[in-house]
Design a protein around this ligand. Structure first.
Ligand code: BES
Ligand code: ZN
Ligand code: ZN
Length: 468
């Protein structure tokens, strides 16, 4: 779908259909017929009146979610018709929510369907009384960001057979070429030579070589330096601590953090952010086999910390541990270091499948992230560390253990594990995003269709845009 920004009275704009976003049906001239059709000014309520060529869609409130859900619902209805164009009246405050809702809501993934629907591209006309420079800019940015989310979704939705570490590295190369970024890919020899044994061991039983991906965007006017690190488990079988069959399904999505980082890197230069941004992804497949790493192994990470493995399914933190060390060894004077990972089932249990868990030592930075998530249309909540949970990752034989001694607070103890790999000077600059809940959608919600959601992308780009 193409969205056009049009500076014209909506009545004078030619389109096959009009979308009417309704917060109250009280004053509509179609009130009676809409009531008879059980239409309500509520989420996902939608009616097409073919004679008057109007789609009425409910909108519960004047906020991002309600507007994005409304336009996504309307666009789906529009897509189900033979009409080619639709127009909608837009107020300037709603540009972001409507643009992103339309793009995110009309996302389709048919790579694995033998019959692909061939449809002519439809047009959606956003009509405004006046299109100022700042409105145009907000529109362009919203579009770029939503496209980056959809690009992330495409990667997440690809199967493990099609999307293994080398493929992920090639995607990174494509993105680098497109956006003029620096791109360095390291293989297992590098991991071995540089003491990245935690990451190296997770991928040992896989027939695919692990890859460490490093993209960088270095604009001349850079005022700050931000590092984004992603968990890129292209498949997580659990390893020898094998997942039960029905928990293994969807684990192609264990690369969502890494895909989000690649999605963000694909747009930083288009947004012309005056920030140096690094994207680092640990692309690894966690498998079983005679050469698999084992519970009882002790692994030495890049910073010298020894880790007792008690569960090979707690592999994401091992990969991230080395990637975080690599990031801090390679990049100096970091202002922010953020990681993204589908790290724990506990996070989903704790905060629900719609919300990301935000962790770190710096509570005010965590709160800032939560606020930016809200402004960007994502759900996030801060989860705080404490001294008692910190004691639960002690090991009798190594420095730390890759699982906690308590079964409670699993997302926080995973965050505490990662903190062991953050150097002193970066302690307050680091934030961990556990996106295990929202990253993959099994039951569509809001404007998110089935599959990868692109969690993390919008909230972080919002934060980056707001860096002073
Ligand atoms: N990738 C999983 C976490 C996950 C679970 C993501 C469900 C999305 C949905 C991770 O590697 C994992 O298996 N974690 C274990 C940790 C445990 C062994 C301490 C978990 O959450 O059960
Ligand atoms: Zn796992
Ligand atoms: Zn995992």
């Amino acid at each position: 779908m193409i969205i056009n920004l049009i500076e014209k009275n909506i009545k004078k704009t030619n389109s096959d259909l009009e979308i009417v976003i309704v917060d109250s049906i009280k004053n509509l001239k179609e009130k009676e017929i809409l009531e008879n059709l059980s239409f309500e000014a509520k989420d996902e309520s939608v009616v097409l009146l073919a004679e008057s060529k109007k789609i009425f869609v409910g909108c519960e409130a004047d906020d991002y979610d309600s507007l994005a859900i409304a336009i996504a619902t309307a666009v789906k209805k529009f897509a189900s018709t033979k009409f080619q164009s639709a127009k909608v009246l837009v107020e300037k405050e709603n540009i972001k929510a409507l643009t992103q809702g339309a793009i995110l809501g009309s996302y389709k993934f048919d790579k694995y369907k033998s019959e692909k629907k061939k449809e002519k591209t439809k047009e959606l006309n956003f009509c405004l009384e006046k299109v100022t420079k700042s409105i145009k800019k907000a529109f362009d940015e919203s579009l770029e960001i939503a496209n980056a989310v959809n690009r992330t979704r495409d990667m997440v939705n690809s199967t493990p057979e099609d999307f293994y570490p080398e493929v992920m590295a090639n995607k990174a190369k494509d993105i680098a070429k497109e956006s003029n970024l620096e791109c360095v890919i390291h293989g297992e020899k590098y991991l071995e030579k540089n003491g990245m044994n935690a990451m190296l061991n997770v991928g040992r039983a896989s027939r695919h070589e692990s890859k460490l991906i490093h993209l960088s965007y270095k604009p001349k006017n850079a005022k700050k330096k931000v590092v984004l690190v992603g968990k890129g488990l292209t498949y997580d079988s659990g390893g020898l601590s094998l997942k039960p069959g029905d928990f293994m399904v969807t684990m192609k999505s264990d690369k969502s953090g890494g895909c989000a980082v690649l999605g963000m890197m694909s747009v930083v230069s288009k947004l012309e952010l005056p920030i140096e941004v690094h994207g680092i992804v640990g692309a690894v497949e966690n498998m079983i086999g005679g050469d698999a790493y084992k519970p009882d192994d002790v692994l030495k990470a890049k910073n010298g910390t020894t880790i007792e493995v008690r569960n090979t399914d707690a592999e994401g933190r091992l990969v991230l541990a080395d990637c975080l060390c690599y990031a801090q060894d390679e990049i100096k004077d970091i202002d922010y270091i953020f990681d993204y990972a589908t790290l724990t089932g506990a996070c989903v249990v704790g905060v629900g499948q719609f919300t990301s868990g935000i962790m770190g030592n710096n509570n005010s930075l965590a709160n800032e992230i939560v606020q930016n998530a809200q402004n960007a249309g994502e759900y996030a909540t801060a989860l705080h560390f404490n001294r008692f949970l910190k004691k639960t990752i002690k090991s009798e034989i190594a420095d730390i253990c890759n699982i906690a001694s308590t079964r409670y607070g699993g997302s926080i103890t995973a965050g505490i594990f990662l903190e062991k790999f953050i150097s002193k000077e970066n302690k307050d600059k680091w934030i961990h995003h556990d996106i295990a809940g929202p990253a993959y959608v099994e039951k569509p919600w809001g404007y998110n269709p089935f599959g990868g959601s692109g969690a993390g992308v919008r909230m972080t780009l919002e934060f980056l845009k707001n860096i002073k």
